[in-house]
Write a protein that binds this ligand. Structure first.
Ligand code: GLU
Length: 420
């Protein structure tokens, strides 16, 4: 890993590296574009006091970073995790506006989080915490200003609680204030599986360009949360053998291909992929370095470091997580000829379907599952094609091309907007 352990500083350095060929400072002298593009618009930091079931009060740090809204209202998920920090949330908000720009949806980027071991709270504590967080954010959030969604450890249940908190305080329904809701509260078909499924949609495009048929190919998936599990299920749907899967508690391997639906059922029942009888236990790192065609890192940041990158044997990596590859590791993978579908494209299926959910809420007219998946696929394929064509023309990586497209879009809006 790099000497600098600020995720945001590293994200910024990477951004500046990819922005270099665009020569923004030279082309738009005096506009301070790079500074504006790498500084969050607004950072909200607050303290939450949570009453625990035993009556004691816990003091908790919470954040919402609104990074950029040049292309539309701020948009981005909420992460409830012990590792959350303002630094991490800022980096995630930064990536979020690049993601919405690269897939061409009318949103900016934001991210929120609570630093808490959320999974070890009782359900009542979780509900109190989530509703308090929603209420604290009321004046900063809204269907035309900033629209939260799920991220690590949050899902439809938390989004329903947030909507309920706002309904109780404002006295009216604004379903479009938050996306990733349960279906009967205005959620969209396909939202739960969208990130994982979309990740494999982009992977399949890259595989087709590389002449690899997913049917009969092999894959490894790191992480078995919402993203990893749906990515694994989609790989199986496309005839791929998923030979290795890990989560925080363990890793399993089966050369003939794991029975992924059975693994999902095992993980639901026991809380982990560990101990799955249909595979052999392996070391965590073994998933990233497994001999296979495709690798999907779908856990947290910095999973693929310069230490592990030389041992990666996959031909194509699709980044289901945000920021799973360090900059040094990127260089190593590039030199090895590994194709990497970058996070801002590979995991954009979630926010694309969030956008569709917001549209459906505003229309009060709901689409079928098939329509949602079809429209998400179309958006991702279009974005992939633009990125791959640009990368091909300029002989650069997909990530370089994706950053350039995203930056150009946001800069276009920034300049059109004027400065008065
Ligand atoms: N948390 C997801 C992401 O990182 C989804 C955000 C959203 O739907 O707004 O892309």
């Amino acid at each position: 890993m790099s000497q600098n352990d600020s995720v945001f500083d590293r994200a910024k350095a990477l951004f500046l590296h990819f922005a270099e060929p665009l020569q923004l400072e030279q082309r738009y002298a005096g506009c301070s574009l790079l500074r504006r593009l790498t500084t969050p618009d607004k950072t909200i930091t607050f303290r939450l006091s949570l009453q625990m079931d035993d009556g004691t009060i816990k003091v908790i740090d919470a954040y919402r970073v609104q990074f950029n809204d040049d292309l539309g209202p701020y948009k981005g998920g909420l992460r409830f995790h012990p590792q959350v920090s303002l630094d991490e949330i800022t980096a995630l908000a930064f990536w979020m506006y690049l993601k919405t720009a690269v897939v061409d949806i009318p949103f900016g980027g934001a991210k929120g989080g609570i630093k808490i071991d959320y999974q070890n709270l009782s359900a009542a504590e979780q509900e109190r915490l989530t509703k308090k967080f929603a209420i604290m954010l009321t004046s900063s959030i809204g269907e035309d200003t900033d629209i939260p969604a799920p991220d690590v450890n949050t899902g439809a249940r938390e989004m329903a609680w947030m909507l309920d908190a706002w309904r109780m305080t404002s006295g009216s329904y604004h379903r479009d204030m938050v996306t990733g809701k349960p279906l009967d509260m205005g959620g969209s078909q396909g939202r739960v599986e969208s990130t994982g499924r979309g990740c494999i949609t982009t992977l399949a495009q890259a595989a087709a360009d590389a002449g690899i048929d997913p049917e009969g190919a092999t894959a490894a998936v790191q992480g078995f949360g919402k993203v990893g599990r749906n990515a694994a299920l989609e790989l199986v749907r496309r005839g791929c053998r998923v030979i290795a899967v890990s989560d925080i508690d363990g890793a399993v391997f089966c050369q003939d291909g794991l029975d992924v639906p059975a693994l999902a059922e095992h993980s639901d029942r026991t809380g982990s992929v560990a101990g799955f009888p249909g595979g052999q236990a392996i070391e965590h790192g073994g998933v990233l370095t497994a001999e296979c065609d495709f690798l999907v890192p779908a856990a947290l940041e910095d999973a693929i470091t310069e230490q592990i990158a030389p041992d990666i044997r996959a031909k194509i990596i699709a980044e289901g997580a945000n920021g799973p590859t360090t900059q040094d590791a990127m260089r190593i993978l590039h030199d090895k000829g590994v194709i990497v579908v970058p996070d801002i494209l590979a995991n954009a299926g979630g926010v694309i379907v969030s956008y569709f959910e917001w549209v459906q809420n505003r229309q009060q007219y709901y689409w079928t599952h098939e329509q949602v998946i079809q429209r998400m696929t179309k958006k991702l394929v279009q974005a992939y094609r633009r990125i791959a064509d640009r990368a091909g023309q300029r002989n650069t990586s997909l990530r370089q091309a994706a950053y350039e497209i995203a930056i150009e879009r946001v800069v276009g809006a920034m300049l059109e907007r004027g400065v008065q």
